[in-house]
Design a binder for this molecule. Structure first.
Ligand code: 6PG
Length: 264
């Protein structure tokens, strides 16, 4: 399968390393169902322990709800998973814009995840950079090293959405942080898209230290950015790649013709 091709979901996706695949789903509901099934089936296979990196945004909300409901919730080995975040809005704890608040409400609390397993990004630091350094310390402590070992990824699964401008996590087009090689987490003083609050975000190397990365993208407003990515543009979402497999689940509204053509 070529890198930019589209194809049906299959069970052997985990065996491909450093691949990127795009799958087009008929509509929003089908996308949500496919994403939730995919996440549940990856988590179901966890033997000892897994680290999952969650996303914010609106597309993920129905996916989280579906995961937290029967039958999929029964597949998730709650006691063996630690939950982290790919980015956070730098707002006070408990704020309605917080990605952690959203994930708790629709996924983690309904699943009954113990608080000790939820690793939210701190937002009570003096500024986003200080918060980023604290979260980086927490990630390094969890990982047990301050350098990535390719044989031992930080995350088993990274979930991401894409903004209409092509951002991923809180890595916006043109941001200096896109070239960060040493830091695992950085502060972002100015978001490139609403909500226009400062952010804390994982860097590309931290996101890449993963066995699997799953983008979930829906809606007509994402089509132009996706088109650019397929044409080879260097948008942040294009640069967010797992060292393992990167799978994009895209609904037909978001899919440019180059992807939908392959399905006909
Ligand atoms: C956030 C994000 C962000 C989001 C995309 C897609 O905090 O907003 O984590 O990267 O995933 O902007 O968001 P939508 O799903 O709402 O389009």
């Amino acid at each position: 399968m070529t890198e930019e091709g589209s194809r049906p979901l299959s069970d052997d996706e985990d065996s491909r390393m450093a691949d990127r695949h795009f799958v087009v789903l008929d509509d929003h509901d089908t996308l949500v169902a496919a994403a939730a099934e995919r996440i549940a089936s990856l988590l179901e296979r966890v033997d000892e322990h897994a680290a999952v990196c969650l996303t914010g945004g609106s597309t993920i909300v129905p996916v989280y709800r579906r995961l937290a409901a029967r039958p999929l919730r029964e597949k998730i080995p709650i006691g063996r998973i630690d939950w982290f975040f790919g980015d956070e809005r730098f707002v006070p704890a408990g704020h309605g814009l917080s990605n952690a608040v959203q994930a708790r409400e629709v996924l983690l609390d309904p699943l009954g995840v113990p608080p000790a397993r939820i690793h939210a990004m701190p937002t009570d630091a003096p500024d986003p950079d200080a918060a980023a350094r604290r979260y980086e310390g927490a990630l390094m402590a969890h990982y047990g090293a301050d350098r990535f070992d390719r044989a031992r990824p930080l995350f088993d699964l990274v979930l991401l959405g894409m903004g209409a401008d092509g951002h991923a996590a809180s890595l916006f087009p043109g941001a200096d942080g896109l070239d960060e090689r040493e830091r695992w987490v950085i502060g972002v003083d100015m978001a490139g898209q609403p909500p226009l609050v400062p952010r804390v975000t994982l860097t590309l190397p931290a996101l890449a230290s993963s066995r699997a990365m799953l983008f979930i993208v829906s809606g007509r407003d994402k089509r132009a950015a996706l088109s650019r990515i397929l044409a080879g543009d260097d948008l942040p979402a294009a640069r967010a790649r797992s060292a393992g497999e990167t799978l994009w689940l895209v609904d037909r509204a978001a899919a440019p013709d180059t992807l939908t053509k392959d399905l006909s």
